[in-house]
Design a protein around this ligand. Structure first.
Ligand SMILES: NS(=O)(=O)c1ccc(-n2ccn(-c3ccc(F)cc3F)c2=O)cc1
Ligand SMILES: [Zn+2]
Length: 264
């Protein structure tokens, strides 16, 4: 199966997942000199409303952790979006060391990790599955994470569950009052472009919105991410083997896509 090692990593994905070789792939390097701030986005700030407490399921997908949100009363609109999108899940990408790990890069600079909040166009499509096959089906918010001294309190609620899902396939039900608003940066300034899922099947169905301002996470918190395993409990391997120390796809060419920005 696909993964992030030398023999099944991003450079091999197109063999089994032909979409990975498309012209609208993600992530990309955000060349800030190419970003246009035309009037199409002026005062169209991106708006979200997430409930403060609802139930979640955190699962080890084998490629990282993912929190499924059963996003009934969630809504994302505005910015580059023409319809209202519902939050389906969120997850994270990271690297083996702190000088890599984000999927998008900014003028060639990587951050230590990147949070993705995955939404689907529930106004136009009747299911996430259907939306994931449409060019305007998904809207993913990307939030850069850089190493800071303090723990991120909201992330800590998720991180405290990771020891229960160390192996692939394990999941944990939790109803904690997660304040999504604090998983997002203070500034709503962002870049936006049309792209894809950054893992197989690499569907070209995502309207990407990447916030300019990073949030901070502590080194200890990032180490907890790296303690996840990409193999199941039954795969008897050495304790140090199978650790998910990196799960990011390097940038693909922007090609002739437009990169727009909102806010300085
Ligand atoms: N990293 S990311 O661009 O945010 C990203 C990467 C891959 C996915 N992803 C992988 C499989 N699926 C998926 C799951 C169920 C389904 F019905 C359709 C899908 F595309 C999916 O949404 C979702 C999000
Ligand atoms: Zn992602």
């Amino acid at each position: 199966d696909w993964g992030y090692t030398d023999d099944n990593g991003p450079s091999t994905w197109a063999e089994k997942y032909p979409l990975a070789a498309g012209a609208r792939q993600s992530p990309v390097d955000i060349d800030t000199s190419k970003a246009t701030s035309d009037n199409s986005l002026v005062d169209r700030e991106i708006d979200w409303s997430y409930p403060s407490n609802c139930s979640y399921r955190i699962v080890n997908t084998g490629y990282g952790w993912r929190v499924d949100t059963y996003g009934d009363d969630t809504a994302l609109s505005g910015g580059p979006l023409s319809e209202v999108y519902k939050l389906e899940q969120f997850h994270c990408h990271w690297g083996a060391t702190n000088d890599e790990g984000s999927e998008h890069t900014v003028d060639g600079k990587s951050y230590a990790a990147e949070l993705h909040l995955v939404h689907w166009n529930s106004e136009k499509y009747s299911s996430f599955k259907e939306a994931a096959s449409q060019p305007d089906g998904l809207a993913v918010l990307g939030v850069f994470m850089e190493i800071g001294n303090a723990d991120n309190a909201e992330l800590e609620k998720i991180i405290s569950l990771i020891p229960k899902i160390i192996h692939k396939g394990q999941d944990s039900q939790a109803s904690f009052d997660l304040d999504f608003g604090s998983l997002l940066p203070e500034s709503k300034h962002y870049w936006t472009y049309l792209g894809s899922l950054t893992t197989p099947p690499c569907n070209e169905c995502v309207i990407w919105t990447v916030f300019k301002e990073p949030i901070t996470i502590s080194e200890r918190q990032l180490e907890v991410f790296r303690s996840l395993k990409s193999v199941g409990e039954e795969d008897a391997i050495e304790p140090e083997e199978g650790k998910l120390v990196k799960n990011y796809r390097p940038p693909l060419p922007l090609g002739n896509r437009v990169l727009r920005e909102c806010g300085p």
